[in-house]
Write a protein that binds this ligand. Structure first.
Ligand SMILES: O=C(O)[C@H]1CC[C@H](C(=O)N2CC[C@](c3ccc(C(F)(C(F)(F)F)C(F)(F)F)cc3)(S(=O)(=O)c3ccc(F)cc3)C2)CC1
Length: 276
């Protein structure tokens, strides 16, 4: 059974109420519903985080993180990531048309897209003045994550967050962008690519509509470029996870949240000891 709890079981009867049976009154309604879902499924609001932006970790707190063992720090981040992914699953379920997809296609899109959405959401909390990111309730520099022993991934994650901040996206633009990151008909192993394409096209219309309304059509190709960077970041994350689960099989198998394993451990090379 899939750990992605709460995935709405696909009910063919519901299909008759798909967005084609009751086409959205207009793209505005689509955008409004995605923006509302984004706001409702974010763990924190950007305004709240602005108030905290100078709440940094003390030297002692940084030392404490840096003296964690590799597997302790990995487990700590895996738990944070799994929390964030739960909210992304909730966001996905509220994207018009997502729940009309088959359960397998919903899972396939979340398997490859949820980490990418987390990384985009993370960039909203990045402070470009001191290169810190919101983590564990305060703002952390890259040195806090030293004990993860994947400096290249952390550097790439920070660079990406910095790069996204430079675009100065509004929350509405981020909402539509993250919906498009998730609803991607080019993802591997989709059963009904055509159906995903139709949902994707609606979201694309929504994003171009929002950008046109904001007089920022020029952002569209930059956002497509960022999607390519996201894919390489997530490949790096999976590579590091493989490296980690080879070296710390016990932690990866028994201490990582089941949802994390479901999403990020590749089917082929199951984490050792996973029963199937
Ligand atoms: O929902 C919201 O409002 C937000 C969504 C975004 C959330 C967030 O920023 N995150 C949730 C989990 C976060 C996260 C990001 C990246 C990773 C990794 F890639 C690696 F650790 F290697 F970088 C891994 F997977 F390989 F381990 C693990 C976990 S984190 O907060 O633990 C964090 C870790 C490292 C950072 F350098 C910056 C942040 C990011 C915070 C809450």
């Amino acid at each position: 059974s899939h750990e992605l709890m709460g995935i709405h079981p696909y009910n063919p009867l519901e299909d008759t109420y798909s967005i084609y049976a009751h086409p959205l009154r207009n793209i505005d309604e689509l955008c409004a519903s995605i923006v509302r879902s984004h706001r409702e499924t974010s763990q924190c609001r950007v305004e709240e985080l602005q108030a905290l932006r100078w709440k940094l970790f003390s030297r002692e707190e940084i030392q404490a993180y840096q003296s964690k063992t590799v597997d302790e720090m990995w487990q700590h981040c895996a738990i944070q990531l799994t929390d964030a992914v739960q909210y992304v699953v909730e966001f996905a379920k509220r994207i018009p048309g997502f729940r009309m997809l088959s359960q397998n296609d919903q899972i396939a899109l979340l398997k490859t897209g949820s980490m990418e959405v987390v990384l985009v959401r993370m960039s909203r909390y990045f402070n470009t003045e001191n290169n810190t990111v919101f983590f564990d309730g305060k703002f952390a520099g890259a040195e806090v994550f030293k004990s993860l022993a994947c400096g290249d991934l952390i550097a790439a994650v920070f660079d990406f967050a910095h790069d996204m901040c430079a675009l100065k996206l509004t929350e509405q633009q981020i909402a539509l962008f993250t919906a498009l990151v998730l609803i991607n008909a080019d993802r591997p192993c989709l059963e009904d690519r055509g159906r995903v394409q139709r949902v994707q096209r609606n979201v694309e219309l929504g994003l171009t509509h929002i950008l046109h309304r904001d007089n920022q059509d020029n952002l569209l190709h930059k956002l497509y470029q960022r999607m390519a960077v996201l894919r390489s970041l997530c490949r790096l994350h999976i590579e590091k996870l493989h490296w980690f689960s080879q070296r710390y099989p016990l932690t990866a198998h028994s201490l990582f949240p089941p949802l994390y394993k479901e999403l990020f451990a590749s089917e082929g090379e199951l984490l050792p000891g996973t029963t199937h």
